[in-house]
Write a new protein. Structure first.
Length: 1025
């Protein structure tokens, strides 16, 4: 598409410089989707910002200069404030459209006709009427030109629980799209939508943080599943949307988010070979995106082995029974309804953020419960359902008839699913496939044994029954599975007993309201066994092997090839001259090993491990310290800002984070503190908890309630928590670590700050801040949006200004409450995440001096009198610049020697850093005194900052230390880090997952340099690039 030409239709031509700037801005705001059928559109948010901005050396905004250029040196008939203002009727977008079509000089008349940003897009008929009021002779032509241009400025915005009918011209802003499923009624796509076109309420209702990611090309995006129905299947769309409407409150169902209809013009070939245009209407349902269904789990995961893994899997899967209970009995304001899912099968059980959810209620039915029918089981005429998992009563004796069935048909289907899951747990996917063939042959034998056609109660298929009762071969298979179960499996045998007794029976199946409780009882009554101590190291090794396995085997991608993905053939490893098949991950392996690690006492931390051996190639040769490389068949797909793959990934049974939480950053496992981290043996002090252990604590409780930290609970009491994050350029190398730590601190502290926590940044617009927020996912999103990037101009921090601003608000709030006669809330902890460089200050002791002023102000107000430390400041330092470390140490240790109360603590972040100390160290004296850096110098009684030059003046003395490869964790996590290291790696923007060279040189940030691994990227063209 040719660049926009402002002067194409007008003699009112702006001079070249501003004309070029406007066209360049439009080019930067133009989005070209990377998917078939996607239409180009303009992002108006940055365009409006540019309009209202002022260029260096100018006093007028860009909009005002453009207005003078189109109107000439005269009194403007419309002001720039009217064009770009924040009132109800700004018209910056309309002005941009007029400039594009050469009619910028009539913006004042167009605005008078009430054609403003909020009123577009408008119909052509309305545009003709308005433009003819402006110009009788040219009005129709103007309207047509405006109509043709307006649509790309106003793509559809997806809104929570809203159906929108879109005309053909309306652009659907899907920037990436890939088909992931196809059925008889609809196709399912994975799509990416820029955050600008996902309304705020929809963003807030997204069920998990995996929906949000930072795309390298399109910036902040959300990913969804989109189910598309062709015109011939609109009746199915109506049924499915009605089902989702009825099941909105059921958390065990895949979540319906929005829907829309769209008219399209397509080329249709006639009988004579010629083509003609045909307008069709398609319907679309927007759903939360799930990466895997249960059948893919069976295919792409090794079955669990040890008791912990088996228990974790079953605990996860039985959640579908809880979801079914909510379908069978629905309470609404209009009365109670009985529901049927009508198509429960492995392919309709989706893993979303670590939870198994029921999906695809396309055949769901609902019936209002009447008082007169209270004792009778509700019934419907059977329609739909996948026959393999259908109950015997679903098959009528007369093929053309539709049998009447109760809700227990869903219970039979659940029994089929659990039977297949038990088979997979014991025998793996080959067993699942063999089981299918056994059932097919059993049905075939049953039909062949019938002496008369009337005795053939079932058609050929892989059913679990013979048309009347459970196949004897299925019972025999279950017995075979029981006999083959591992001695570590104390659950699967009992699950099969439960299924045969209560689910796969012809009559009197267990109702859904009792099913979930019954399955829970099976798990609770099973014998529990921990991993023997002498096998722990072996299990960690197996965990490391598991992490090296790809998410899906290479052959699994064959059906997903696209024009955007180029696959290259690589040699597979061999063993005894035989080609080795792809490694597969083991279900629940990671959870099991991390639980084992969490059970150890981390009180005493060993000294640093021995340095790695260096290979002849200049890289590390220690196999336990080599970052796992991606499998040859595994290519990156959906990526976020960290290049974290978001497609073709395993379900969360093997993730490193709990639902909605961020992945473990690779740098967290690479970087270590310059201080030794051995803790003093004070057995009266709380046991330290590292950031990894804190996340394990939440992950272990993922299926039940979130844990509350007893140590924090003992000290937090009506205390407000405010986070301040330094997002200067010098923090860029540590951003993944800072994001992960902030998210962890929020998770730990959220139960104690009832009105939510605040988040501020040292740089950037106030829109990036958060107020009264408790969701860790919201904090992570803001961190992604505020991430410092490499720029031509280095961004530096003046730390005094943001701290002063936070405490000015604190004092103002106290004064306001006093004026209203309310008791002032004086307890506040400010936690600052920073590298301590602060290069935006003229002298290095400005923060020190401000804190002294702050302390005097607190003392003057008697705020520090009635409690030890009602106000406190915690500095969490990233990096190891010597000057920065001493600057922060002095703030921590020297204030007492100036006669002030000690309200400041400093914790230098490392993998073994204590999360509790980061939260409590600034106001709990016992935590403040914990010796986390015994090699630090003693307090200086003179003004320490007087002898330290400013970072800006002296320059960074950051140690050029050697970074450990993935998994080189220190202390009690040494083995844990080896298998955790490469999980969901959050690389720097220049390095894709797994493409980090271990032979490159280390830079000042501690990251390993990019070598050959990065050079291979050119031949790994992902669909999403």
């Amino acid at each position: 598409m040719a660049p926009y030409n402002v002067s194409a239709y007008s003699t009112h031509n702006p001079p070249a410089p501003m004309n070029e700037q406007f066209q360049k801005t439009l080019d930067n705001c133009r989005v070209t989707p990377r998917c078939d059928g996607g239409k180009e559109y303009i992002r108006t948010k940055p365009l409006i910002q540019w309009m209202g901005a002022t260029q260096p050396g100018q006093s007028a905004s860009n909009a005002e200069i453009l207005l003078y250029m189109v109107y000439g040196p005269t009194i403007l008939p419309i002001s720039a404030i009217r064009v770009c203002g924040k009132g109800d009727d700004p018209c910056a977008v309309v002005f941009s459209i007029l400039l594009e079509i050469g009619l910028g000089h009539i913006i004042h008349k167009v605005a008078q006709e009430d054609i403003v940003d909020q009123s577009i897009p408008m119909s052509l008929a309305d545009l003709k009427e308005h433009f003819q009021n402006i110009d009788k002779s040219e009005g129709v032509a103007y309207a047509k030109r405006f109509n043709e241009a307006q649509w790309k400025y106003r793509p559809l915005t997806f809104r929570w629980d809203v159906y929108k009918e879109c005309p053909e011209q309306r652009i659907i802003p899907i920037c990436r799209k890939q088909e992931i499923g196809r059925g008889g009624q609809a196709r399912v796509y994975q799509i990416a939508v820029q955050a600008d076109y996902v309304a705020e309420r929809l963003q807030q209702n997204l069920p998990n943080d995996d929906s949000f990611f930072m795309d390298d090309e399109f910036g902040p995006c959300y990913q969804f599943a989109l189910k598309t129905f062709e015109e011939a299947n609109i009746a199915y769309f109506n049924d499915e949307k009605a089902a989702f409407d009825a099941l909105k409150s059921n958390k065990g169902m895949i979540r319906y988010l929005a829907s829309y209809g769209h008219r399209e013009t397509r080329k249709v070939e006639k009988n004579n070979g010629e083509s003609t245009d045909k307008t069709v209407t398609t319907k679309h349902i927007l759903l939360e995106y799930g990466r895997f269904d249960l059948m893919k789990i069976f295919m792409y995961r090794l079955s669990p082995v040890i008791s912990d893994e088996i228990e974790t899997f079953w605990t996860s899967l039985i959640q579908i029974a809880d979801a079914l209970k909510g379908i069978h009995k629905i309470k609404t304001k209009n009365g109670d309804f009985a529901g049927w899912h009508n198509d429960i099968k492995p392919g309709n059980i989706i893993v979303v953020d670590g939870e198994y959810k029921l999906a695809d209620p396309g055949f769901a039915k609902f019936q209002k419960s009447l008082e007169t029918d209270r004792d009778a089981a509700p019934k419907i005429l059977q329609d739909g359902m996948t026959q393999s998992y259908a109950a015997p009563e679903c098959f009528a004796s007369v093929p053309s008839a539709r049998p009447e069935v109760t809700q227990s048909v869903d219970i039979w289907s659940v029994g089929c699913v659990l039977s297949m899951a038990a088979t997979w747990v014991v025998l793996g996917f080959q067993g699942v496939y063999q089981f299918k063939i056994v059932r097919q042959k059993a049905v075939e034998n049953f039909r062949n044994s019938a002496q008369h056609s009337s005795e053939r109660t079932i058609e050929p298929g892989d059913f679990f029954h013979n048309g009347v009762d459970l196949l004897p071969e299925v019972k025999q298979w279950h017995q075979y599975v029981r006999s083959a179960a591992r001695h570590t499996d104390y659950i699967t045998r009992d699950i099969l007993d439960f299924v045969e007794k209560n689910l796969l029976v012809p009559k009197n199946r267990m109702p859904a309201e009792k099913l979930y409780k019954g399955l829970q009882d099976v798990l609770l009554n099973c014998h529990k066994e921990f991993i023997p101590h002498d096998l722990e190291q072996l299990m960690e090794t197996l965990g490391a092997i598991d992490e090296e396995a790809p998410s899906t085997p290479s052959g699994a991608h064959a059906t997903q090839a696209t024009p955007y993905s180029v696959r290259r053939k690589e040699k597979k490893p061999k063993m005894d001259n035989l080609e080795v098949p792809d490694l597969l991950k083991t279900a629940a392996r990671f959870e099991s090993v991390t639980k084992m690690t969490a059970r150890r006492s981390p009180r005493l931390v060993p000294q640093d491990p021995p340095p790695p051996r260096v290979s002849g190639a200049g890289g590390f040769s220690n196999p336990s310290m080599v970052a796992p490389q991606p499998h040859p068949g595994q290519y990156p797909a959906f990526t976020n800002g960290y290049h974290q793959p978001m497609l073709n990934q395993p379900p969360a049974i093997a993730l490193t984070q709990a639902p909605g939480q961020g992945p473990v950053p690779q740098q967290l496992l690479q970087r270590t503190s310059t201080f030794r981290t051995q803790r003093a043996q004070d057995f009266n002090s709380p046991e330290p908890q590292s950031v990894i252990q804190a996340r394990e604590e939440f992950r272990d409780s993922r299926w039940f309630t979130k844990p509350t930290d007893a140590v924090l609970k003992a000290h937090f009491d009506k205390r407000d928590i405010v986070f301040l994050v330094d997002n200067s350029s010098s923090m860029a190398p540590y951003w993944e670590e800072a994001t992960y730590v902030l998210e962890t601190l929020v998770m730990k502290a959220s139960p104690f700050d009832k009105n939510g926590m605040d988040l501020f940044f040292t740089l950037g617009p106030s829109e990036n801040n958060l107020l009264n927020e408790k969701s860790e996912s919201a904090f992570r999103k803001k961190m992604l949006l505020s991430r410092p990037h490499k720029r031509h101009h280095k961004l530096v921090t003046d730390m005094v200004r943001p701290i002063e601003s936070i405490f000015d608000k604190y004092f103002n709030d106290i004064d306001e409450r006093k004026r209203k006669g309310k008791k002032p809330k004086e307890q506040l902890t400010l936690i600052i995440l920073t590298d301590g460089m602060w290069e935006g200050m003229s002298s290095s002791d400005e923060v020190y001096k401000y804190v002294q002023t702050l302390l005097k102000k607190l003392e003057k107000r008697d705020i520090l009198g009635y409690k030890k430390r009602p106000v406190s400041i915690e500095f969490v330092q990233f990096g190891d610049d010597d000057n920065a470390t001493e600057r922060l140490r002095a703030l921590d240790d020297d204030m007492e020697f100036k006669g002030h109360k000690d309200i400041i603590d400093h914790e230098q972040f490392s993998i073994t850093g204590d999360v509790r100390k980061m939260l409590l160290g600034s106001f709990v004296p016992m935590m403040d005194k914990l010796n986390h850096h015994p090699e630090s110098p003693p307090p200086m009684h003179s003004d320490t900052f007087g002898s330290i030059a400013s970072s800006a003046a002296v320059g960074s003395t950051r140690n050029n230390r050697m970074s450990m490869p993935a998994g080189a964790a220190y202390g009690s996590h040494a083995h844990f880090g080896q298998h955790l290291g490469a999980i969901h790696e959050l690389d720097s923007p220049t390095t894709a997952r797994g493409d980090r060279s271990l032979t490159g040189s280390t830079g000042s940030s501690g990251s390993v340099g990019v070598g050959a691994g990065a050079q291979e990227k050119g031949s790994r063209l992902s669909f999403w690039r």
